[in-house]
Design a protein around this ligand. Structure first.
Ligand code: HEC
Ligand code: HEC
Length: 294
């Protein structure tokens, strides 16, 4: 995500004519794996922090409080099966296209959803879940609110490029612990918040993002206060002295090594299995250590 470009001075008044609409390709997509239970777990893990509404206990969306005000008011969409208010009109192909490129069925760019390296099996299970009869995706007419970008927000969006649809099969690295950890850090977007800036992420090859996993990205907590994301690299200013169990407790229960509470916008991932959290931890030990500046 290229947030820095949102700040380009002086350009705001030309923003109303910016291009944030893209042609969508109609792709053939066949859902092969249809493990709905696994799909629910993955949808909670990958999409839940933005789309799951804990009050209504479904995927009807909510206001994303941590987005900077100068971009606008951002509401995640209702992605239940209601055809008008929700994502009921989406075909499996359109969902796959959205997740792999960040472009909606009507051609709007949504860079938050861009997961170009998601394995076919995970994508299939998520799509199968969104089309299932589970209560949390049943048609809901609720509308969380309508996203309204400021001219600066529109300008920033117009400067981001949608991903290309790459029609090749991607396997999930299940056998190799470190590679599985890398896959999860990519698809759960840990590196988005925990690298230097949203402006210098590389979604195709996340490890090439600036300050990869070294923290320091400027975010906002629930009260709107500016905070910097912590360092997840194996450095003394990061997680060098952490144990696997401390790490799991942090990301599933929100309690840090020093017993302090880890708060918003850090999402919790209670659906991760012990093997998965341990794979993430193992992978983090292999990334280049970065010293975090205060
Ligand atoms: C970082 C937050 C975030 C994550 C993670 C996320 N989304 Fe979204 N999503 C949004 C926002 C914000 C919008 C609405 C954008 C707007 O209204 O312009 C949206 C919109 C959508 C839409 C509606 C598109 C349309 O046609 O209007 C669908 C469908 C969707 N998301 C599916 C998903 C799925 C499936 C996942 C998980 C694989 C996911 N999203 C992950 C933030 C997110
Ligand atoms: C939406 C942004 C965001 C995402 C996505 C995110 N984090 Fe965080 N994370 C944060 C923030 C902000 C904090 C600090 C919160 C605080 O200070 O209370 C944090 C804290 C942490 C901590 C505690 C560090 C410490 O020193 O106490 C760990 C560990 C962590 N995150 C790991 C992860 C992992 C692993 C993932 C992916 C599975 C992830 N995070 C995804 C924003 C994020």
């Amino acid at each position: 995500m290229n947030w820095k470009s949102w700040m380009l001075p002086g350009a705001i008044f030309i923003a109303s004519g910016c291009k944030i609409q893209y042609p969508t390709e109609k792709i053939e997509y066949k859902v092969e794996s249809q493990d709905v239970a696994e799909g629910k777990r993955l949808t909670m893990l990958v999409c839940g922090s933005c789309h799951y509404n804990f009050e209504t206990k479904d995927f009807s969306g909510k206001r994303l409080e941590d987005s900077p005000k100068f971009i606008g008011k951002i509401y995640s969409a209702n992605i239940t099966q209601d055809p008008e208010r929700g994502a009921g009109k989406y075909t499996p192909g359109e969902l796959a296209y959205l997740i792999r490129t960040g472009v909606s069925r009507t051609g709007r760019l949504m860079p938050y959803m861009h997961r170009p390296n998601m394995a076919d099996q995970d994508l299939d299970d998520i799509i199968a879940y969104l089309k299932s009869d589970d209560a949390a995706v049943k048609p809901s007419v609720r509308s969380a609110g309508k996203t309204k970008y400021t001219p600066a927000g529109r300008l920033g969006l117009s400067m981001m490029k949608p991903g290309e649809y790459r029609n090749h099969s991607i396997q999930k690295p299940k056998e190799d612990k470190v590679m599985l950890g890398k896959y999860l850090v990519d698809n759960l977007a840990c590196y988005h918040c925990h690298s230097k800036s949203f402006a210098s992420l590389d979604p195709l090859d996340p490890s090439r993002s600036k300050g990869y996993l070294g923290g320091g990205n400027k975010l906002r907590d629930a009260s709107g206060k500016k905070i910097k994301s912590p360092n997840l690299t194996p450095h003394i200013t990061g997680i060098l002295n952490w144990t696997d169990a401390e790490f799991r407790r942090a990301i599933t229960e929100g309690i840090s090594k020093d017993n302090s509470v880890i708060s918003y916008p850090m999402p919790l991932f209670p659906e991760l299995t012990e093997d998965e959290s341990s794979a993430i931890f193992a992978y983090l030990q292999t990334v280049p250590p970065i010293k975090r500046k205060r």
